[in-house]
Each structure stands twice: as C-alpha cells, then as structure tokens.
Design a protein around this ligand. Structure first.
Ligand SMILES: [Zn+2]
Length: 378
C-alpha cells in the first residue's frame, strides 16, 4: 500500500521518497514509491504531472492501493528520489474539483438531484445533475456558490469510523472501492471523495457555468473555476473588446450589435442569391438541335440551374445546362423526362475530366471544358 501524502496534506509540492520497485513497462518504467504526493487518475480527475529525480512523470495510476508512476527512464530500487509536482496544474485542478463539490452540493440541497457524472479537462469540467434545471435555477446555484466562496468556508477531509459513517448523510455513496473518505465544505456539502481539495472556499476564486445541455434525462453543465475561470474571463474580455471596436458598440450591447449584423448578412445573402439567379437567367443562351436542348450561362448555382431547367424547357428528350465558373470549369445539370441520363453523364465526365452523377432522370456535376467542345460532344 502506497502512503498517500496528498490525503493528509494537499499542498505538498516537493517531497522525497524511497523507490520500492522499478519495472520496465509499455511506455517506459513503472515506479512504485513508499509514499507519494502524486494524485493518480481517478474519480473524474487526471493524474498529476511533475518530476521524479528530474524525470517527467508520464502517468500515475492506482491499483489495489498501490500507486504506480510511469517514467521514461529507470530509477534505482532502494534509492531516495526527489519528487516535484507541477503545482500550477495541480492547484488549478484542486480549485476545479472543490468548485464542483460546492456546486453539486448546492444543487443537491436545493433540488435533491445527484451528480451522476464528473469529468475534468484541462480548462473546463462537466457535471451531470440527475434532473432538469432552468436558466433561473442555474443562475441561482451560481450566485449561492460564489457567495460561499466569499464566505471563505473551511474544507476538511477524513475517514470516519464505520459506525459513525452509518449515521452520516453524504453524497456519492456509490462509487467507493475502499474506506470512505469524506470531504466536507462547511455549511454546504459532504461528499465521499479521494481527491485533494483546497483548504478554504476562498481559494476556488470563482465558479461560472459557461454552458449547459439536457443530457440523459438530466443536465450536463460545463463549468470553469479558479484560474481557469479567470483565463476564460480574460479571453472573453479580449473578444468583446475586439467586437466593440469593430462594431462601435457599447460593451454591454455587443451581442445585440452582432445579432443585428448577423441578421443583415442573412438578408443580403438571400438577396445576392436572388440576383445571381436572375443574372444567370438573363445570361442564359439556349441551343436546340435533334431533341437535345443545351443551355449556357455563368455563375449559377446547382439550385439556380435546376430552376432554369424546370422553367425553360419541357425536358422532352435531353436537356443539359452548363454554368461557366471562374477557372474554365463548367457546372452541369443533365435531365430528361424520358431517358436515363446516367450513361451520357458518365461519358461526359470521362471526356472532360469531370465528376458527378445522379438519378436516372437527373444528374449534376462539374467538368473542365470549353463551350465549343461541349456543343460538339452533344
Ligand atoms: Zn470529488
């Protein structure tokens, strides 16, 4: 059993330990120490990063209460090694994890929902309350959580005796392998958890739910805490500033200005499409010979061409419309109400390095050709 230094003191950044074993493994060497402050992957949190004797710790896993560190190179069994945690990463994770307990605890108190899933990524975390929360509910939870941060409440962790545990009410009763370690946020939450947490809620700094979706009958909330929340805020401020300057908008109305522009762009796009369709109709030149109708225009989309084919011909035999592009290429639509056009289209693609296909009575695609060759082909 490895002594878990992080359980009694989550703030150990450097420590010395004795190497109990070092064995070659898939990704390098699996190293077991007599004690460690490296938190192994588990409970929704990734493994700690850092160095052992200057060698990067690639992974930390726990199995049967033995913690294994993966290193690129070997260390000597019996020697004392100097260990150093990547403290910025670890502290950010402590802020996030305690923030998650706080928010899940408040949701549990207010709505009796359990947190069914917890996952921490490098910048954000997700939690999955078991029931539906409205926009107002989420705003309320956030406000209470941030007030709890200002109250700077104490956070404690301990292993209660079995008898005591029976009479305690706490969250996360299910996912436990060995002894139950309870993490309590004074006045807000008690939850079974094996991870390192901050000492006081003030250290969480800030919690903000940045997105949420309905998920498996409940919700999935995406949240940022601590330094990650600050970085998120910083990015949003930069983005907002850029938009404010570009749109000459007041700070608090940037969204209104963007949405108004977005709407205008939509209207203009529709207008451009309409004008393009009109233009390709105006440019349309139709040649008819031996029950073949050929149409040539410029800058038309497939939708425009389909409309032109429907408007300008009765598709009696074979109708092939071409729209010239900017690089000597032609988009085509080939249609007929009486013939299967697919063989003809295959031949067209083969002759002019083209691509495309479709149904028996309709096909579309692109070829590289000039007008003269197309006319000769048909
Ligand atoms: Zn936890």
């Amino acid at each position: 059993m490895t002594i878990k230094l992080y359980e009694n003191d989550a703030y150990i950044k450097e420590f010395e330990a004795t190497v109990l074993s070092c064995e070659e493994c898939k990704n390098g060497y699996a190293v077991v120490l007599d004690k460690t402050a490296f938190f192994p992957e588990g409970g929704g949190q990734q493994a700690d990063k850092g160095y052992i004797n200057g060698l990067e710790v690639l992974d930390v896993q726990i199995k049967d209460e033995v913690i294994t560190h993966t290193l690129k190179e070997s260390v000597t069994v019996g020697e004392t090694v100097k260990c150093e945690l990547d403290w910025d990463t670890r502290f950010a994770r402590m802020q996030s994890h305690t923030g998650e307990h706080l928010v899940s605890g408040i949701i549990n108190t207010l709505f009796s929902y359990d947190n069914l899933g917890f996952h921490m990524s490098e910048k954000t975390l997700t939690l999955d309350p078991s029931g539906i929360l409205s926009d107002e509910d989420i705003k309320k939870v956030e406000l209470i959580a941030n007030k709890a941060i200002y109250e700077n409440r104490e956070i404690t962790a301990y292993y209660p005796e079995e008898q005591e545990l029976k009479n305690l009410s706490y969250r996360s009763k299910l996912d436990l392998e060995s002894g139950v370690r309870l993490v309590t946020i004074d006045g807000y939450d008690t939850c079974a958890c094996c991870a390192p947490h901050v000492h006081r809620t003030g250290e969480i700094g800030l919690v903000k739910i940045i997105d949420y979706i309905q998920y498996k009958g409940g919700m999935r909330l995406t949240m940022v805490c601590g330094i990650n929340a600050f970085m998120d805020y910083s990015t949003l401020c930069d983005n907002t500033k850029e938009l404010m300057h570009a749109l000459s908008s007041p700070r608090e109305k940037v969204n209104e200005f963007v949405l108004k522009d977005h709407e205008t762009v939509g209207t203009l796009k529709a207008e451009i499409n309409r004008l393009n369709a009109e233009l390709s109709k105006a440019n349309l030149e139709i040649l008819t010979k031996d029950n073949v109708v050929l149409g040539f225009t410029k800058g038309a989309s497939f939708d425009d061409m389909r409309a032109l084919v429907n408007e300008t011909t009765d598709k009696s035999e074979l109708v092939a419309f071409f729209s010239e592009g900017e690089n000597g290429d032609f988009s085509y639509v080939v249609a007929s109400s009486t013939l299967d056009v697919r063989d003809k289209v295959k031949e067209l693609n083969l002759s002019f390095n083209g691509k495309g296909g479709g149904r028996p009575n309709y096909a579309q695609g692109k070829i590289i050709a000039d007008k003269e060759s197309i006319i000769n082909f048909f």
